[in-house]
Design a binder for this molecule. Structure first.
Ligand code: ZN
Length: 436
């Protein structure tokens, strides 16, 4: 477990996160959450296969949570310890390469967000409820995991909480059972999902189902915001239609859910099959429509086709930002050309020290990654023409559906759609810091 290469971590942008030695195929979380005292407790059952001979291994888990019991394949672990955001498990006897592991972890505590380079991420208490904003490394704030976007798995999340609240997690709601004052919500997410896209949303929410949609669209929101919501989010079915037309089929079987929290949120955030907005994004003025399009587009770019390394984050943010422009143009707003000209001017006035293909962890969520990423796609579209450009996007979402990819996978695929070399375009936009 201690070769020099492995000590570098799975991803140099997040060297503390992720683990070697095994691959997880499924997480089953059976949890209880007490809203008033912010107490989370329960069991995580993790199904995995060893990729080396394994005598010990680690999972990411916040120091705010304590582990009371660990078993592997029905036997109690010889030892386990939690330190520095890692749960280290030592087995009684080594497992050979390719062995199945069922790891059962009993844990609990008062979850809190993790402090990171990008601010606080993960599990967060709201005024009356809780949310999880997992990107990029917040998953370990509420469950033990191999926290890296390239480690996709299926999820089953069961959460018991006071019946006054609605609990929302990823995937299909397979049951909700009220028992005395508690309700147990069970969600099943069969599509491979990165840990940072797994979420839990708890609040006094009403469920709304939008009419006239090619894919079921639901919403969960405080009753007081219903009128604002009806206006602000009314064009989501049209967005869904446009994105299906341009990007290919919606990637998930169970539709799309928007959660609007009763609290204000600094930024909205995507999760698998879910987007989370704050009350400040639901004001009855359609001021956040750009963001509504952006988060929906992440279901294709980021959630289904996921960057294998965080340095390739423009494959998420550049594409979702370009989707904003495509929606603007389609909905009678400013055209892609006009938006590209505007943001190109803006970008030229900012420091030109960002390499889109490798922005560095500090600048991973810098707005220049978003805008330069969108401009790169607009330049590519100009060179290929609309037919080939959108055929390429569909090829991309089909080929890497529910998988992971790197920048060179995209440039490699794009080469099939061009008679001329795209190398000068990539050199200028992806591999130079100067704004072309
Ligand atoms: Zn985004």
């Amino acid at each position: 477990m201690k070769s020099p290469a492995k000590q570098l971590g799975v991803d140099p942008y997040l060297p503390q996160n992720g683990s070697f030695g095994y691959t997880v195929s499924r997480y089953e979380l059976d949890l209880e959450y007490k809203v008033a005292i912010n107490r989370l407790s329960g069991t995580a059952t993790i199904t995995a296969v060893t990729s080396v001979e394994l005598g010990e291994f680690t999972l990411d888990l916040s120091n705010a949570l304590s582990v009371s019991r660990v078993s592997v394949n029905g036997k109690r672990a010889a030892r386990f310890s939690c330190r520095g955001g890692k749960l280290r498990i030592v087995l009684g006897s080594k497992l050979p390469t390719g062995a199945a592991m069922s790891v059962v972890i009993r844990y609990g505590g008062n979850p809190r967000p993790l402090r990171t380079l990008w601010g606080e991420v993960g599990f967060e208490e709201l005024t009356d409820g809780a949310l999880v904003a997992g990107q990029p490394n917040g998953a370990a704030s509420w469950f033990p995991c191999n926290d890296h976007p390239s480690a996709k798995a299926a999820f089953r999340i069961q959460i018991s909480t006071e019946s006054a609240y609605r609990a929302i997690a990823n995937g299909k709601l397979v049951s909700s059972r009220a028992r005395a004052s508690q309700t147990v919500w069970t969600y099943e997410q069969p599509e491979p999902t990165s840990t940072y896209l797994v979420t839990l949303q708890i609040g006094v929410y009403e469920q709304v189902r939008l009419a006239r949609t090619p894919v079921p669209i639901r919403a969960a929101l405080p009753a007081r915001l219903k009128d604002n919501f009806d206006h602000d989010f009314a064009r989501q079915p049209d967005m869904m239609e446009l994105f299906i037309e341009l990007f290919g089929p919606y990637p998930l079987a169970d539709g799309y859910t928007v959660v609007v929290t009763d609290d204000a949120l600094e930024i909205p955030l995507e999760a698998q099959g879910i987007s989370i907005f704050g009350a400040n994004h639901c004001t009855g003025t359609r001021a956040s429509e750009r963001l509504i399009a952006h988060e929906l587009a992440h279901q294709w770019f980021g959630n289904s086709v996921t960057a294998r390394r965080w340095r390739d984050i423009w494959l998420h943010e550049g594409f979702a930002s370009y989707a904003e422009w495509l929606w603007s143009e389609r909905s009678g707003g400013r055209s892609c050309d006009a938006l590209a000209r505007y943001h190109h001017d803006q970008l030229r006035q900012k420091p030109q020290d960002l390499l889109l293909a490798d922005p560095g962890p500090q600048a991973m969520f810098d707005d220049r990654v978003y805008k330069r990423g969108a401009l790169t796609l607009h330049a590519l579209r100009g060179q290929l023409g609309d037919d080939k450009f959108f055929a390429l996007l569909k090829d991309w979402t089909t080929r890497y559906r529910h998988g992971t990819a790197i920048t060179e996978d995209f440039t490699g695929l794009a080469a099939n759609y061009s008679d001329e070399s795209l190398r000068p375009l990539w050199d200028a936009w992806l591999y130079s810091t100067e704004v072309p």
